[in-house]
Design a protein around this ligand. Structure first.
Ligand code: VGL
Ligand code: ZN
Length: 188
């Protein structure tokens, strides 16, 4: 088995910043422990990051639905500090990928960003990945959209959702409903 760990948007703004999600810090602390405990289990780790220009269309100021968040190079866009050590001090490469980088386009899913989707496609092939374990924030937005797009590309059997390491704005309802109706594999 060659497994890829895909962590969606584990960024300060979604944990303790402008778009803080309930339970996100607990979920990401538990994820940090999990990565250390299972050092060597993942052939590759990919981290998606919401990486918006200051005038991004998703911001309220531009008529979008969200407060200012994950502005490129701001503190809020940084990866959650407790994840840095396990990500980069365990076996196998960790690659940070970006999305939402164009002011005019919303990209909840990393697969919507051509550059990042291209990197992932290469990794999948070169590393002969046969399982993607996915987790992150927000479960009902970016995790869900990433999962939907990933299933279109790689099929539902490629995916396993690490539910304890997800945090949702809605408490988990939308993600759980999708996993149930689509019969997606889950780890608790
Ligand atoms: C997200 C709202 C806006 C997410 C990103 O990562 O779920 N949510 N941008
Ligand atoms: Zn965003």
């Amino acid at each position: 088995m060659n497994k890829l760990l895909l962590i969606v948007d584990p960024q300060i703004d979604f944990i303790s910043g402008s778009l803080a999600v309930n339970g996100a810090s607990q979920a990401m602390d538990a994820l940090a422990d999990y990565i250390r405990q299972f050092d060597g289990m993942y052939t590759y780790k990919a981290i998606s990051t919401d990486w918006h220009p200051y005038n991004h269309c998703s911001f309220e100021k531009q008529g979008g639905p969200w407060p200012l968040h994950c502005v490129q190079n701001s503190i809020g866009a940084a990866i959650y500090p407790n994840l840095i050590e396990p990500l980069f001090n365990t076996k196998g490469p960790s690659k940070v990928l970006m999305k939402g980088t164009n002011a005019k386009t919303e990209e909840y899913s990393i697969f919507k960003n051509q550059t990042s989707a291209g990197h992932l496609k290469l990794i999948m092939k070169l590393k002969d990945i046969n399982q993607i374990d996915i987790c992150g924030i927000a479960g009902d937005y970016c995790v869900l959209d990433t999962l939907k797009d990933g299933i279109q590309i790689y099929g539902k059997n490629m995916f396993n959702v690490l539910l304890p390491y997800c945090a949702s704005i809605d408490g988990g309802t939308a993600l759980s409903q999708f996993l149930k109706t689509e019969r997606i594999r889950i780890s608790y």
